[in-house]
Ligand binder design. Structure first.
Ligand SMILES: NC(=O)C1=CN([C@@H]2O[C@H](COP(=O)(O)OP(=O)(O)OC[C@H]3O[C@@H](n4cnc5c(N)ncnc54)[C@H](O)[C@@H]3O)[C@@H](O)[C@H]2O)C=CC1
Ligand SMILES: CC(C)CC(=O)C(=O)O
Ligand SMILES: [Mg+2]
Length: 365
């Protein structure tokens, strides 16, 4: 029997609530596919600050190093917002993990499934136009990591600065990831930049053009980030793979998530060159709804499916989860944020959605 070792880092806010459902789903997959998932839970984020004094304790990092993959919830929240930036959960834990494991390639697939158009806030004809976008986001460089960053000066002349920096190597490897993905999809890469203003974007374009030479079957187009955010609303079906730097991918992936109906639907895979990965919802810890049992667990569950597909080489198990999620949506077992305000009384809880997905997995043939 295949046995896998998964480091489970549930984190803060809705993280533990949605992780509980992902764990149920993995139990169902283990039962149906005769595989075994050893799951070791570790403290991370604000919870780790409160219990162990730091956002990424050594024991947590060690557990991740020993695992076949990391399943991550979300971190951060108002309680830790006033900490110095370098101690905050987002930077001290998540950015450190991404950097430590060189998880440069972040895949965020956003799709409106046929028949699920009514969940989208887009106009019906746009939602029905065939929306299936993969955001490929560079995750370990750019303005989130560039040095120097800091504050200097005094009085009204005090200033703050971040550095947007990309090397050719960093651009090339994420561009390759985007072209490889496009080759297996609809053969189009839209590279998102701000090359009319930013030097880093000029280099980004240059290298993307170079990489395109190796992929003659893939069409490459360039678009400015401001136009891209507008086009995603106007005509999302024009996009196949959207290749983005760290900052632009962060922004546009939230927009793509919302296009499908909810932030709680968008999973993500963050991988290094060896195929090791961290899998997490694209959204955050959602403090506004945490602790109520109403968060949508689908992004977390689909992140687990991506983990099975990309790091554990279990494509049939990943397919089973994805089919079960679609069946659950089709059946109308939906958390409240997917429903119009006047229908929220019939909303399913986080656990009810998880249970329904498990039922579909165990009853599929
Ligand atoms: N990967 C991570 O751990 C991330 C952490 N964060 C952190 O999370 C905290 C909250 O950030 P926000 O800007 O509010 O972004 P957020 O993504 O947590 O929430 C934005 C909106 O989406 C909704 N939402 C998110 N996930 C949902 C789900 N599963 N089901 C239903 N609704 C959902 C929230 O209720 C909220 O209205 C901050 O501390 C932020 O730094 C933000 C993004 C990623
Ligand atoms: C909290 C940030 C570090 C991450 C983020 O917003 C994201 O990865 O989407
Ligand atoms: Mg984000």
């Amino acid at each position: 029997m295949n046995q896998f070792n998964i480091a489970v880092l549930a984190g803060d806010g809705i993280g533990p609530e949605v992780m509980q459902e992902a764990n149920k789903v993995l139990d169902a997959i283990a039962q149906r596919f005769a595989v075994s998932f050893t799951r070791n839970a570790y403290a991370v984020g604000g919870y780790a600050i409160d219990t162990e004094g730091e956002a990424l304790p050594a024991n947590t990092l060690q557990g991740c190093e020993n695992a076949d993959a990391i399943l991550f919830g979300s971190i951060g929240g108002p309680k830790w917002d006033t900490l110095p930036l370098e101690q905050r959960p987002e930077r001290a834990a998540l950015l450190t993990l991404r950097s430590h494991f060189d998880l440069f390639s972040n895949l965020r697939p956003a799709r409106i499934y046929p028949g699920m158009e009514h969940l989208s806030p887009l106009r019906a004809d746009i939602a029905a136009s065939g929306v299936d976008v993969l955001v490929v986001r560079e995750l370990t460089s750019g303005i989130y990591f560039g040095q120097p960053k800091g504050r200097d000066g005094e009085g009204e002349e005090e200033y703050a600065f971040d550095t947007m920096r990309y090397s050719k190597r960093e651009i090339r490897r994420i561009a390759v990831a985007a072209f490889e993905a496009a080759q297996k999809r609809r053969g189009k890469v839209t590279s998102v930049d701000k090359a009319n203003v930013l030097v880093t974007s000029r280099l980004w374009r240059e290298i993307t053009e170079e990489v395109a030479q190796d992929y003659p079957s893939v069409e490459l187009e360039h678009i400015y980030i401001d136009n891209a955010t507008m086009q995603v609303m106007k005509n999302p079906a024009q996009f196949d793979v959207m290749l983005c730097s760290n900052l632009f991918g962060d922004i546009i992936s939230d927009e793509c998530a919302m296009m499908t109906g909810s932030m709680g639907l968008l999973p993500s895979a963050s991988m290094n060159e060896d195929g090791f990965g961290l899998y997490e919802p694209a959204g955050g810890s959602a403090p506004d709804i945490a602790g109520q049992g109403i968060a949508n667990p689908i992004a977390q569950i689909m992140s687990a499916a991506m983990m099975l597909r990309f790091s554990l080489n279990l494509p049939e198990a990943a397919d089973a989860i994805e089919q079960a999620v679609v069946s659950t949506l089709e059946k109308g077992v939906l958390t409240g944020e997917l429903l119009p305000a006047n229908e929220r009384s019939r909303a399913a809880t986080t656990a009810q959605v998880g249970d329904e997905i498990v039922r579909h997995i165990l009853n599929q043939e």
